[in-house]
Design a protein around this ligand. Structure first.
Ligand code: CAA
Length: 283
């Protein structure tokens, strides 16, 4: 399968990172979001990331320009009719994703692969919104996308082998390491990571110790690059809560019950780095 043109839907933290690595790998990229401001903010993030690499002399300035020249922005989903693969990185909300995939099903060409960067929602259910579920697949990147090596490649129930292989090969072309995973709530990454983060929040909730101490234990004791509460703030506490709820609902098991303190912070609007406050305060 030829893979030359890609549309990335969602110009936030994940979408802009995905667009950047795609352009770095030589693909023509269309970065889409619903508002002009949003796509411009995504482009600013990419430009800053590349400039930092140039300053550190890890990237040639000409190469940086070439990468940027492969990126275009759009607020028209209809432009998805030009591309070989769409990667959806919109908000983690099933109704929004279903709506996007139903529209993409009508807009895109027959051969176009429809991938979602969902962190935990069922690929099979998203695929069921389309007339060709065999071309729908999960392509789950980790944050920060330009740095993290992993891509979870998730087969929906109907995903074809051809589509799976194309996405697996594309991940390698992006200089990532793909890992094949089947479609169960949270896949592997978040099924393992989120209960750990949730448990770390419980230790603070139950007064075992402070966020700083929890993070120190996991950094110094387990060699984690970030403690779980720093990481939770980095991912976004709303996303952490949503994933725990998806696990709890998907498995029907109380062991995935979100910590009440996590709920409280989300209700307060303390969502982590992006709002300036979570378990820590950011200026
Ligand atoms: N975007 C792009 N590049 C970034 C970046 C960002 N947001 N943050 C850091 N970097 C780059 C730096 O520029 C630097 O690059 P060079 O080596 O080329 O100079 C490199 O990463 C290392 O950065 P720093 O030296 O500043 O900091 P560090 O060594 O502490 O690394 C980190 C930062 C890579 C984020 C590290 O702390 C880490 O690995 N943290 C854990 C991240 C993690 O677990 N991610 C998964 C989250 S879960 C997820 O994404 C799944 C989900 O569905 C929720």
């Amino acid at each position: 399968m030829e893979m030359n043109k890609v549309m990335v839907i969602g110009a936030g933290q994940m979408g802009s990172g995905i667009a950047q690595v795609m352009a770095q790998a030589g693909l023509e990229v269309l970065l889409h979001d619903v508002k002009e401001d949003f796509v411009q903010s995504g482009m600013t993030k990419i430009t800053k990331n590349l400039s930092r690499q140039v300053e550190k002399q890890k990237l040639d300035p000409k190469e940086s320009e070439a990468i940027l020249s492969r990126l275009r922005t759009t607020i028209d989903l209809g432009d998805a009719n030009e591309v070989d693969i769409v990667i959806e990185a919109a908000v983690e909300n099933m109704e929004i994703k279903k709506n996007i995939f139903a529209r993409l099903d009508d807009i895109t060409q027959e051969h176009t692969i429809l991938a979602t960067n969902t962190s935990s929602l069922p690929i099979t259910e998203i695929a069921a919104e389309t007339k060709k579920p065999e071309r729908v697949i999960g392509m789950h990147f980790m944050n920060p996308v330009p740095v993290m090596k992993l891509v979870e490649v998730i087969r929906g129930l109907a995903t074809s082998q051809e589509v799976f292989q194309a996405v697996f090969d594309l991940s390698k072309k992006l200089n990532k390491i793909p890992v094949e995973v089947n479609d169960f709530p949270g896949f592997v990454a978040n099924r393992v990571l989120m209960p750990m983060i949730n448990e770390a929040i419980y230790t603070v909730y139950e007064g075992v110790t402070s966020p700083e101490e929890v993070d120190q234990v996991m950094k110094l004791g387990m060699n984690h690059p970030m403690g779980p509460l720093t990481l939770a703030d980095f991912i976004g506490l709303d996303t952490c809560l949503y994933i725990m709820e998806t696990l709890q609902e998907g498995f029907g098991d109380d062991k995935y019950r979100p910590c009440p303190l996590l709920r409280k912070y989300v209700k307060a609007g303390w969502l982590g780095r992006k709002t300036g406050r979570g378990f820590y305060v950011y200026n």
